[in-house]
Design a protein around this ligand. Structure first.
Ligand code: NAD
Ligand code: MN
Length: 488
């Protein structure tokens, strides 16, 4: 089935002409499971639809993996393990390099597919997601034959069969963050993408066939929570890596207790940006805007709380309002678009409920409602709230949408204690002109990633992961290899 890449969304009131991405792409009507190196129909005989959240149009049917299908995928990964784990690291590296290069060659196709299925702006999937996917495979390829240098003096062994469950906010990137280190370290995998965004993972399976990755080394099972549950609870898996909601993460931790399975969790966040009066304000506002409105706020490390030093509050609000209103919301396939579609109807409802709660609890809503949103699809205008107290619901709970809570502080001490006053601890941003203040504040923030005078910057060489209820374990960097090795 050939699918039109231009989505025909009527955008009005924009002073830019539309610049639609026109890369032609075809999507199979039915998308099967990838098990033992082959695409196969599900034994469950069940399928579900995936839609384009910017148009509500159905894109394709995806297989629902039932218990028997998950069993087959795990059995395939187990069968492939002895040979793959004994392969020389330099040989495993060759496969990873080939995957990385093939992703680069097919980058535009992956970007378009990611945007169609998930709703994120094409300029993000094209310039951020897919390049980082290739980078992670390149980076991990480099480690595959150097593991004894990553862990000097230790005998490095793979863990075994890894179950990897990922969310919908960075679909292919999350797949790469999980698969690349696992493969580099000699493990075999069963990956489950999120149900709204399975298409790019399945296309990655095509790449795995193209590079002749041995059968069963990577298996991809699609489906919703039930499929995830079968996989997570499977007796033959040795390691479970999960990225998603804190609720499901806690459940997985309870269920895996006492089973001997290794576990890493990357969960939610309520990350803080702290802006001091001596900061370069324009630069800070730019970072704050990208920190919360990038990817519609569907970012686990989104800077969803902003703490402003009191004397500059007015200036920051004024600049933030101006910048927020200049963001282009609409057709994700348009290269001018800054804020795309909300990933699903249910996520949109969650966000809208939080906005209502924010108003009901006394917050003042500032909305970029100057643009006419498309009539179909899931849309949310970027917004922020002032008159917010740390006790307000929207300042405490993860929203996973383009909603920012603005609060103030008077001293660095107060900024640090307010920023740390959350059950989460994924990321933080510090904005100041003084290097000493950066180090002093960053040292005392309880967050896994701290950006200074920047935000939402990612690199394959840099570890990513949380404190407290944001989870444990690191992805990326040398540290990201550790969850995938047994040190004996
Ligand atoms: P979720 O945790 O329900 O889904 C994440 C993945 O887990 C999906 O692949 C899903 O199919 C699977 N899953 C669901 N239930 C499962 C179960 N019982 N056992 C095993 N796997 C299961 O997240 P969601 O509902 O898609 O999103 C809800 C919230 O999760 C968001 O509002 C946000 O707070 C959070 N989230 C966080 C991240 C992150 O990167 N940390 C990413 C996406 C969503
Ligand atoms: Mn979809």
């Amino acid at each position: 089935m050939a699918t039109e890449t231009t989505t025909n969304i009527q955008a009005t009131g924009w002073e830019y002409s539309a610049a639609p991405e026109r890369f032609p792409i075809s999507i199979e009507e039915t998308n099967k499971l990838f098990i033992d190196g082959k695409f196969i129909s599900p034994k469950s005989r069940k399928w579900f639809a995936t839609t384009n959240p910017a148009t509500d149009e159905k894109l394709a049917d995806i297989a629902t993996a039932g218990a028997a299908d998950v069993n087959a995928a795990v059995a395939s990964a187990k069968k492939a393990l002895p040979k793959w784990s004994k392969l020389a690291g330099s040989e495993r590296a060759k496969y990873l390099y080939r995957i990385a290069r093939r992703i680069q060659e097919r980058a535009r196709e992956f970007a378009v597919l990611e945007t169609l299925d998930g709703g994120k702006p094409i300029k993000e999937s094209r310039d951020v997601d897919i390049p980082l996917v290739a980078q992670h495979f390149f980076y991990c390829a480099g480690w595959a034959d150097k593991l004894e240098y990553a862990f000097p003096g230790r005998n490095v062994q793979p863990i075994g069969v890894c179950a990897q469950i990922i969310p919908w906010n960075f679909p292919l990137m999350m797949a790469a963050w999980k698969l690349a280190p696992a493969l580099a370290c000699g493990n075999t995998c069963v990956l489950k993408p999120a149900e709204t965004t399975s298409l790019t993972a399945l296309r990655l399976a095509e790449v795995l066939q193209e590079v002749e990755l041995p059968e069963g080394v990577v298996n991809i099972v699609t489906g919703a929570g039930d499929t995830g549950k079968y996989l997570a609870e499977h007796k033959a898996i040795n390691k479970l890596a999960f990225t998603g909601s804190t609720h499901v993460g806690k459940m997985l931790m309870r269920n895996s207790a006492g089973t001997g399975k290794r576990l890493t969790l990357e969960l939610g966040g309520k990350s803080a940006n702290i802006i001091f009066a001596d900061a370069a304000i324009d630069q800070a506002v730019e970072g704050i805007v990208s920190g919360i409105y990038f990817n519609q706020g569907h970012v686990c490390c989104a800077g969803s709380r902003l703490f402003v030093e009191e004397p500059i509050l007015e200036e920051v609000i004024q600049k933030l309002t101006h910048r927020m209103k200049s963001l282009r919301v609409g057709d994700p396939m348009d290269k001018n678009t800054d804020v795309g579609a909300i990933n699903s109807r249910s996520q949109l409802q969650t966000i809208e409920q939080y906005i209502k709660t924010g108003v009901a609890e006394g917050g003042q809503l500032h909305e970029a409602n100057n643009q006419q949103l498309p009539s179909k699809g899931n849309w949310c205008n970027p917004c922020f709230f002032t008159d917010i107290q740390p006790s307000h619901t929207i300042a405490r709970e993860e929203i996973f949408g383009p909603v920012l809570s603005v609060m103030t502080f008077r001293t660095p001490e107060e900024a640090i204690s307010r920023a740390n006053n959350t059950p989460y601890g994924l990321a933080a941003g510090v904005w100041t002109d003084k290097g000493s203040k950066v180090f002093e504040v960053a040292k005392r923030l309880e967050a896994g990633i701290i950006w200074c005078n920047s935000y939402n910057r990612f690199d394959a060489a840099s570890p990513f992961g949380g404190f407290k209820e944001s989870g444990f374990g690191r992805e990326g960097g040398m540290q990201g290899l550790k969850p995938y090795v047994k040190l004996v």
